[in-house]
Design a protein around this ligand. Structure first.
Ligand SMILES: *Cc1c(COP(=O)(O)O)cnc(C)c1O
Length: 378
């Protein structure tokens, strides 16, 4: 028998991520309803669609969105090769050597400097296209983007090239999720509006104007302009109570054993049984994205009951204490590492890891198969 069939890779392994495409679609629709009818929606599918599986996610929802956004050229190339036709924006900066592929695959870079304009123009000409660029303005994040004083000059330079086209202008907020930092976001918006005004005075009107991430869609109606860049909200994490997590991370019990009082468990003996007890070993570890900081510090759910992770998280395995009266036949029982409900989800684990939900989701490694539910192409 051949192991490496798609069927086997997806279905045999105990550890997997379940991705509910209907929930994703519902979330996107909820955000759609928050923006103007003429406002474009860009779905951010960088980092494997926040761990959900970028190629599948993008193909399942392509008709519901106007744009996609990725971080790297390779992410964009993979989407194109999978058949995605919608515009793809390239959020992060890239190397000179990648310019040819950006033009070949028709990716639309965010521009933070003009050092590659000759290359863009050359390769756009070579592939007989006009390359769409989005001028990024640094309005206070101090990461990517032109300093405000350089935007006009840069825009004028771009306009001198035959094969380049200023398709959009954009910025990114540092604190749109922080209700105590409204002044920070309002200040960024103010700076951005001034830039738009300055360009207008000089006859430059980029078609797409965008600034909002998920939190800003909710918190700042005046940040929508004519496109929003939706990320984490689509995947189910938002202050809006109607938004539901799309992914659950699951495994199965693969070993059950009794241990006696005083027995230490796992590397470094950081946990010792206080009584005779039963433990289970689960085939998931930090190489799958179940972080080592969950050692002695997280719970899993079995049949709705919480069990503690005991001892160190290893590369490929963890131990849990079967604190309830599971019978010895619990081998192969489903275990939820994080779920898609209100009480036990990726945010629950983020809190334990002293991080944000983005990091938990994007840490789930390539080794974990993504299984798609309610998945119809729309
Ligand atoms: C990732 C990203 C987004 C989406 O942010 P969320 O907080 O996930 O909605 C939007 N814009 C840029 C530039 C990004 O890098």
């Amino acid at each position: 028998m051949k192991f490496t069939t798609q069927e086997n890779i997806l279905n045999l392994r105990a550890t997997r991520c379940e991705v509910n495409i209907q929930t994703l679609k519902d979330n996107i629709q909820i955000f759609r309803n928050k923006i103007d009818k003429n406002c474009n929606l860009c779905l951010t599918v960088k980092a494997n669609a926040y761990g959900h599986g970028a190629i599948k996610v993008a193909n399942y929802v392509e008709s519901m969105v106007d744009f996609f956004a990725v971080a790297t050229v390779y992410e964009g190339v993979q989407l194109r090769e999978s058949g995605i036709n919608k515009p793809i924006m390239l959020l992060s900066a890239h190397t000179r050597a990648e310019v040819a592929y950006i033009c070949q695959y028709n990716l639309n870079p965010f521009l933070s400097h003009n050092s590659f304009l000759d290359e863009y123009n050359h390769w756009a000409g070579y592939y007989k296209t006009k390359l769409s660029l989005h001028i990024k303005v640094d309005t206070g994040m101090s990461r990517a983007g032109f300093n405000t004083c350089d935007v006009l000059e840069s825009a004028k330079q771009i306009e001198n090239y035959d094969n380049l086209h200023i398709a959009g202008i954009c910025t990114h907020f540092s604190s749109s999720d922080d209700v105590n930092a409204k002044d920070v976001t309002e200040k960024q918006l103010n700076i951005f509006n001034n830039i738009l005004e300055e360009l207008k005075v000089h006859g430059i009107f980029p078609k797409y104007i965008h600034a909002a991430n998920s939190a800003a869609v909710l918190n700042y109606n005046n940040s929508h302009f004519n496109m929003v860049r939706l990320g984490i909200g689509a995947y189910g994490y938002s202050d809006d109570k109607n938004i539901k997590p799309v992914m659950s991370f699951k495994t199965k019990i693969t070993i059950v054993k009794k241990i006696s009082k005083g027995t230490p468990v796992s590397y470094g003996k950081t946990w010792t049984a206080e009584n005779d007890t039963m433990i289970a070993i689960l085939p998931v570890g930090y190489a799958d994205g179940y972080k080592r900081c969950f050692s002695n510090n997280a719970k899993v759910m079995i049949d709705g009951k919480a069990c503690n992770v005991i001892g160190r998280v290893c590369m490929d395995q963890i131990a849990i204490e079967l604190s309830y009266d599971f019978d010895e036949n619990c081998l192969e029982k489903d275990v939820i590492l994080f779920g898609d409900d209100e009480y036990f989800n990726a945010e629950t684990l983020a809190f334990k890891a002293n991080t944000i939900v983005y990091e938990i989701l994007t840490s789930i490694s390539e080794r974990v198969p993504r299984i798609f539910f309610n998945a119809n192409y729309t």
